[in-house]
Design a protein around this ligand. Structure first.
Ligand SMILES: NC(=O)c1ccc[n+]([C@@H]2O[C@H](COP(=O)([O-])OP(=O)(O)OC[C@H]3O[C@@H](n4cnc5c(N)ncnc54)[C@H](O)[C@@H]3O)[C@@H](O)[C@H]2O)c1
Length: 352
């Protein structure tokens, strides 16, 4: 009786960052867990933690924040020994692709080695459920002779990363797979996110990332005047308008996929799910949509293609839809652009 009313404890690494904070907000709203955020605030923000603390207070839900670095393995081991966590959601990572090419060891240490240590601590302390932030970058540059790019990438399609970031994540997936095989009580879901954008529609948290490189955030920054113009890299791809096509998913739908993955794990075995909408928009379509929702006709300049940018990257999301109750609620490019823009305006107001 007591067991069923007791809240399960969950450790969220990287919960002060963009995606992790949206998941924490949903977990708070769900109200089934006692949540601990662990973050070193390297790319996350104290303001985000403060906003989440305020939400937790309003909802009278338990939320704890620990500022720690995952590379402090002794401290991580002690934390796990002194607490009983039912699940870990592991968002903390470095994620700038060009930086991973210049400084691969940073990525293998922060994304792979620290993840291996976290998995070890989980196994040693009977943490049974592990939700891992993986990425479409694990697929690399899909070979259009082997993969039907129009129907989207399937989890069984070849994973062949073309940069250390993607490889650091794929290696972690492999460690999870081998660990779950060796220790049947330990189960995981690796979620391969496609292009994440948008912000919480109620405007309390959003993407504050400095030096953002992802298109929708960059377009919003250009719309509010933070950047002079936006660049399109390559206009000669084999796509309808010649620009690259990507599967943009709203962060709220992605956040919901984590809750679903956790429910799934309680009844099922470890797995990998793509999380995307299964449809794509071109760079030009995104820019036109941002111009429309912002009513700003900002300048655009065409540049050469960048190395390693595939023409099309779309998720096949059949697996997660069949295995869980996950159903997108924000599959609308205008809503994605609008919520990104609203947050960008808010950031600008705060700086003024
Ligand atoms: N943003 C995307 O489009 C995208 C796409 C695919 C996968 N992902 C994955 O999603 C996860 C979250 O990404 P995000 O966009 O929220 O990034 P983010 O930078 O906003 O969040 C990462 C958080 O982890 C923290 N962190 C990093 N290294 C740490 C360490 N050693 N110890 C403690 N905390 C540490 C940072 O301070 C930050 O708060 C990452 O694992 C990333 O690889 C993101």
């Amino acid at each position: 009786m007591q067991e069923s009313t007791q809240k399960k404890r969950i450790l969220v690494t990287g919960g002060a960052g963009y995606i992790g904070s949206h998941v924490v907000k949903l977990l708070l709203e769900e109200g089934r867990h006692e949540i601990t955020i662990l973050d070193n605030l390297s790319t996350g923000f104290q303001e985000t933690v403060d906003a989440l603390m305020q939400i937790a207070k309003e909802q009278r839900r338990p939320l704890e924040f620990i500022q720690k670095d995952l590379s402090d393995w002794e401290e991580i081991a002690a934390l796990m020994q002194n607490n009983t966590y039912d699940a870990i959601m592991h968002f903390a990572a470095s994620l700038v692709v060009p930086e991973s090419v210049e400084n691969p060891l940073k990525y293998y240490l922060n994304n792979t080695a620290n993840t291996v240590n976290l998995i070890k601590c989980a196994v040693e302390n009977n943490v049974r459920n592990f939700i891992f932030s993986s990425t479409a970058a694990t697929y690399g540059e899909p070979d259009s002779h082997l993969v039907d790019l129009q129907t989207g990438l399937k989890e069984t399609d070849p994973a062949d990363p073309i940069n250390p970031y993607g490889m650091s994540k794929l290696m972690s997936e492999r460690v999870l797979k081998d660990t779950a095989f060796a220790y049947p009580d330990f189960k995981y879901v690796a979620l391969r996110y496609f292009n994440v954008a948008g912000s919480d529609p109620d405007g309390r948290i959003g993407q504050s990332t400095n030096n953002a490189t992802l298109l929708i955030k960059v377009a919003a920054e250009t719309a509010v005047g933070k950047r002079e113009k936006i660049y399109i890299f390559g206009e000669d791809y084999p796509t309808p308008d010649g620009t690259g096509v990507r599967d943009y998913i709203h962060v709220m739908d992605l956040a919901r996929a984590h809750i679903e993955a956790l429910h799934y794990l309680r009844e099922n075995q470890s797995t990998v799910f793509n999380v995307g909408y299964g449809r794509g928009f071109s760079v030009k379509e995104v820019i036109e949509t941002m111009k429309k929702v912002s009513s700003v006709n900002f300048p655009v300049e065409i540049k050469e293609r960048r190395a390693g940018d595939p023409a099309i990257l779309i998720a096949n999301n059949t697996k997660i839809k069949q295995a869980t109750s996950w159903r997108p609620q924000y599959d609308d490019l205008e809503i994605i652009c609008k919520t990104t823009l609203e947050w960008e305006k808010k950031l600008k107001e705060c700086k003024q």
